[in-house]
Design a protein. Structure first.
Length: 109
């Protein structure tokens, strides 16, 4: 299982318009993200306004950067995902939200 994440905006046409594809990453690193997000699951950000999510996501990135050893210990034993990939994906999402505050987060997990 994995996370597909994108940013979308309501154009008033009835269907949201995709603004940016953030990407796809394995959900096997979910415990890392949950820890970095203070106990919140990444999928809980589905539908969240980027203006509100950018701050907590940036804090989570800083937490992961500050303690790489802690998060490397959380790498999945099956080899699907690692600290660097999890951090890079979270950083990409945080930066995208900061750049597109009027969007909302789309998640398929």
């Amino acid at each position: 299982m994995s996370y597909d994440i994108w940013l979308e905006i309501d154009t008033g046409s009835g269907e949201p318009q995709t603004v940016m594809e953030v990407g796809n990453y394995t959900s096997n690193v979910g415990p890392m993200w949950c820890d970095a997000l203070g106990g919140k699951l990444l999928r809980e950000y589905k539908g969240a306004p980027c203006s509100e999510a950018a701050g907590p996501l940036a804090v989570a990135v800083k937490r992961m950067e500050a303690k790489p050893e802690k998060y490397r210990e959380m790498e999945p034993g099956n080899g699907w995902g690692d600290y660097e990939g999890a951090l890079g994906f979270l950083r990409c999402l945080a930066e995208a939200c900061a750049q597109h505050p009027k969007c909302t987060i789309g998640i398929w997990a």
